[in-house]
Design a protein around this ligand. Structure first.
Ligand code: FAD
Ligand code: UDP
Length: 397
């Protein structure tokens, strides 16, 4: 953009957080410039085809699921959908059983009489519930249910969690583990949300549609570090000139402040893609390996995307890893311990000195958000900024 044509709003990052905000402002007539440090839009939802023409999610498997009708309606304007219910198996004691652990998992892993008794006791102990947390079982007064809880905890959660987060399960926030319930039925879906879909033509196409607006310009391969400067007086310089419009930042806060309070901890993944000369590799789109292997799960993309192709399939193994910022790995997961949240708050409080700067998204808010939560927040944030009611909103964010 030339000097004459300066944007009204700057957005850093072209994932859901940035793209949703960009579209909202653009539709209200504001000129938006999106700066994205990668060479593509879509953030971690970026997908595309490999050399065998197989559709791949390049930053790990992404399934859209939500109970939020507003979020769904917003996205629905930009894509057609393929109905898709995600199912996951877990390799436990040599068997592949549904995860979340359900009645089929019990039937498969326990002798038939024990399984009958366990299911009956579960229904009696939790008469009005379809899903419980594993800790509701481990702490249960019925000894046999407590033992079942210990079995599930040990075989599904303990080792997977240690691999995924690089710390013992006791140190991981229980909300993280409770994302995966125990189901008191034969329901074998990974998510129980009412709305579960995949964008028919993929996520990248969906992002193209969101960002395709006459008021949006997107610059790829540009990092905020190079284009923006936060000055001590609370001013933001964009390409050397004061920028007074809203700046929506969706990257990692520590990067923006040159690691002033130390590096924020994020967990990364080493993603290992393989081509297999078979029509189908495994029994479900995702198979979890909670125990022996170094990777946590294998995704077979054709089962996720619905693509039909004979004789060849693409898989992904996820090896969790520390994020150091020094190799090619990406910061995928905020590690939400109390100490890390405190460090994050220091960054957030400092960044609030710049009154026209707003943090939005999984990295910027340091929250283990799903896509729908990011979209919901981005919609609320852009509406609040446009109403100039932003100060109290951001303080609660
Ligand atoms: P991102 O997608 O990370 O986008 C941030 C963008 O900002 C990136 O493109 C980045 O390059 C850019 N950026 C960062 N810093 C700068 C800078 N300084 N300058 C310029 N650009 C910058 N959610 C679900 O709902 N369902 C799922 O099945 C699901 N599966 C997941 C699987 C994996 C392996 C992972 C890691 C996450 C998964 N998620 C899933 C969560 C989902 O990926 C996040 O909710 C989503 O990525 C958040 O969007 P965002 O825009 O906040 O962040
Ligand atoms: N988890 C586990 N075993 C499993 C699946 C999940 O221990 O088989 C735990 C693990 O700690 C993981 C968390 O539950 O980080 C959340 O799982 P989810 O599938 O939501 O993780 P994501 O898809 O976000 O990586």
């Amino acid at each position: 953009m030339t000097k004459r044509n300066r944007p009204d709003v700057l957005v850093v990052g072209a994932g859901f957080a940035g793209s949703v905000c960009a579209r909202e402002f653009a539709e209200k007539g504001f000129k938006v410039l999106v700066l994205e440090q990668r060479q593509h839009i879509g953030g971690n939802m970026f997908d595309g085809t490999d050399r065998n023409d197989l559709m791949i999610h390049w930053y790990g498997p992404h399934i859209f699921h939500t109970n939020n009708q507003t979020v769904f309606n917003w996205l629905d304007r930009f894509t057609d959908w393929r109905p898709y219910e995600h199912r996951v198996l877990g390799r436990i004691k040599g068997e592949e059983v549904p995860i979340p652990f359900n009645f089929t998992s019990i039937d498969t892993l326990f002798p038939s009489k024990t399984a009958q008794r366990l299911k009956k006791r579960l229904i009696q102990a939790f008469p009005n519930k379809e899903r419980i947390t594993v800790s509701e079982l481990t702490g249960h007064q019925d000894e046999e249910l407590a033992e079942l809880g210990d079995f599930i905890f040990e075989n599904v959660f303990v080792h997977y969690t240690a691999k995924q987060w690089g710390i013992p399960v006791e140190q991981v926030d229980s909300a993280v583990i409770n994302r995966v319930p125990v189901l008191l039925s034969y329901d074998d879906r990974y998510f129980q949300d009412e709305l579960q879909f995949m964008p028919k033509n993929g996520y990248t196409e969906l992002f193209k549609q969101i960002l395709s607006h006459e008021n949006i310009v997107c610059r790829l391969g540009v990092s905020a570090d190079a284009a923006l400067r936060l000055e001590a007086e609370g001013r933001i310089l964009f390409e050397g000139e004061v920028f007074e419009g809203p700046v929506i930042y969706t990257g990692a806060p520590d990067q923006l402040l040159n690691y002033h309070f130390g590096r924020l901890e994020y967990r990364s993944l080493d993603l290992s893609f393989e081509t297999i000369k078979k029509t189908q590799f495994q029994k479900a789109a995702v198979v979890n390996y909670p125990n022996e292997e170094k990777f946590t799960r294998i995704t077979e993309f054709k089962q996720l995307t619905g693509q039909v192709k004979e004789g060849v399939t693409a898989i992904l193994k996820e090896y969790p890893s520390a994020y150091t910022g020094k190799d090619k790995l990406e910061p995928y997961y905020p590690i939400e311990t109390a100490a890390n949240r405190k460090q994050y708050e220091a960054y957030r409080n400092k960044l609030m000195t710049w009154e026209n700067l707003y943090l939005c998204g999984r990295l910027a808010q340091y929250r283990y958000f799903n896509m729908d939560e990011v979209i919901e927040y981005a919609l609320q944030l852009s509406a609040a900024i446009m109403k100039l009611d932003s100060v109290s909103f951001v303080a609660n964010g």
